[in-house]
Design a protein around this ligand. Structure first.
Ligand code: ADP
Length: 444
């Protein structure tokens, strides 16, 4: 919704700019994560395993060789630069490749190796002599399906007889076409159409069914029901695998409906903490005043890279323009950009092409730029009720205890917002010191 307001001088204000960017698009975030991911995400937790049959032996592998994969598949894995299985792959791969096949529900944060694991399972189970769909993977969006397909193509580079096809909107297949590709990746709606209406896929011949990003899936109207309809038509012996980055009750309920007799694997997320972050606040009168304080801080200490958070697009834009006019190299990341544009801005920032990244709430999550030493809350994160948004504060500033470096955080506070800051301080039971922006000796 966009409300346009004409000013007295005839200019037009687009009120949309004032929207707080706190509506998180799960699918877009997930895609962004994939686009900017460079390596595995670590976790110091142990993998938790719940076997459907607790008396059966539990295998884990430390090398890919132990999995006795086809030569060309192993080659593909090494060509991707994988040396050893990730933490969840150690446990998940033996289960996924077992005979007879076992069903699995796996949850771990994005970046821990889930996609690579199920792609490997699909590739290893394809019978290349049979030219019909054998593995079916459901993804929440067109773009996410393509991303997974790319992994299949890379890992299966040397499996020349294995082919992928996308069941996504816009991929028009003439009626009566004989689909010979063994791996199908698609969104629930189109897959349903291909299976039931157009009869391009015979579900009774599917031997591996993957439901990826279950948490994003159930967030989309209709996808749960469509997925369940597809699942109901699969043969009993079909292996069913479900993956999710988060595991709220709703995801769990869905997972249990769709995956019969599952093994369950979980890897808890590394907790964020404020322990190794020094937090300060500066009292300000106005936006201009905040900007001045920011410049003083910026000039006063040697800064690696900084991320500055604003509550609205409008503030973020304003600040970007101000800083640019003062000769700083900054970039602006906001929700109106496409996911590809966001990914490229984050990439440039990571490469050190800009020292300052200005952004809104939408982008607070998931950006993990290790070299950032300073985070600035140009506006405090608040929710609709004008109460502090503790979770967002933690996501902006917190680091993981074990892998995170030390950091500095600055809050620019208008006097009337001070009570909010005090609430944040109490909530986290951590101290946020007042800073005189004219006197930076305090910090260094
Ligand atoms: P998820 O599906 O949990 O988000 P991915 O499978 O996409 O995780 O893996 C995250 C990143 O780590 C990707 O860049 C992927 O290529 C890489 N990766 C996955 N498994 C391994 C491994 N065993 N060794 C090294 N890198 C890996």
């Amino acid at each position: 919704k966009s409300t346009t307001v004409s000013n007295i001088d005839g200019s037009i204000n687009n009120m949309e700019e004032d929207v707080e960017e706190d509506v998180v698009d799960l699918a877009a975030n997930s895609l962004l994560n994939k686009l900017i991911r460079q390596s595995l995400v670590e976790s110091s937790h142990r993998v938790e395993v719940l076997q459907k049959d607790p008396s059966s032996p539990l295998y884990s592998v430390k090398t890919f060789e132990e999995l006795r994969l086809k030569e060309e598949l192993l080659k593909g894995i090494y060509a991707m630069g994988f040396n050893r299985p990730s933490k969840i792959q150690e446990m998940a791969l033996p289960m996924m490749l077992a005979h007879p096949p076992q069903n699995l529900i796996a949850q771990s944060q994005s970046g821990t190796g889930k996609t690579a694991a199920f792609v490997l399972a699909m590739l290893s189970r394809v019978n290349t002599l049979e030219l019909f769909p054998q593995c079916l993977c459901l993804a929440p969006t067109y773009e996410l399906a393509l991303q997974t397909g790319r992994v299949v193509e890379r890992m299966g580079k040397f499996c020349v007889d294995v082919q992928v096809m996308y069941a996504i909107r816009g991929n028009r297949i003439p009626r009566g076409t004989d689909v010979t590709k063994q791996i199908i990746i698609g969104t629930p709606g189109t897959v349903l159409d291909w299976c039931f209406k157009r009869k391009l896929i015979d579900l009774t011949k599917i031997r591996v069914f993957v439901l990826d990003e279950a948490d994003v899936m159930i967030d989309t109207q209709g996808f749960s029901d469509q997925s369940i309809r597809i699942q109901r038509a699969l043969p009993l012996e079909c292996q069913m695998l479900l993956f999710s980055a988060t595991f709220e009750e709703s995801v769990w309920q869905f997972a249990e409906r769709i995956i019969p007799d599952p093994n369950v694997i979980k890897l808890r997320k590394e907790e964020l903490t404020l322990n190794n972050i020094r937090q300060y606040y500066v009292l300000c009168e106005s936006r201009k005043d905040k900007y001045q304080a920011l410049c003083n801080i910026y000039g006063g200490i040697t800064i690696g890279q900084a991320i500055i958070f604003c509550q609205t697009r409008r503030n973020a834009k304003w600040l970007t323009v101000e800083m640019m006019q003062d000769g700083h190299q900054v970039s602006l990341l906001s929700g109106e950009l496409t996911v590809d544009q966001r990914a490229s801005i984050i990439q440039r920032f990571r490469d050190g092409k800009e020292k300052v990244l200005i952004t809104t709430n939408v982008c607070a999550r998931g950006i993990d730029v290790k070299q950032v030493t300073i985070v600035v809350n140009f506006d405090l994160p608040v929710n609709q009720a004008e109460e502090p948004d503790y979770e967002t504060y933690l996501h902006r500033i917190g680091r993981t205890g074990r892998f995170g470096k030390k950091g500095l955080a600055f809050n620019m506070i208008e006097v009337d917002k001070l009570p909010l800051l005090m609430k944040i301080q109490d909530h986290f039971n951590s101290s946020i010191k007042q800073l005189d922006p004219e006197d930076m000796d305090e910090i260094e």
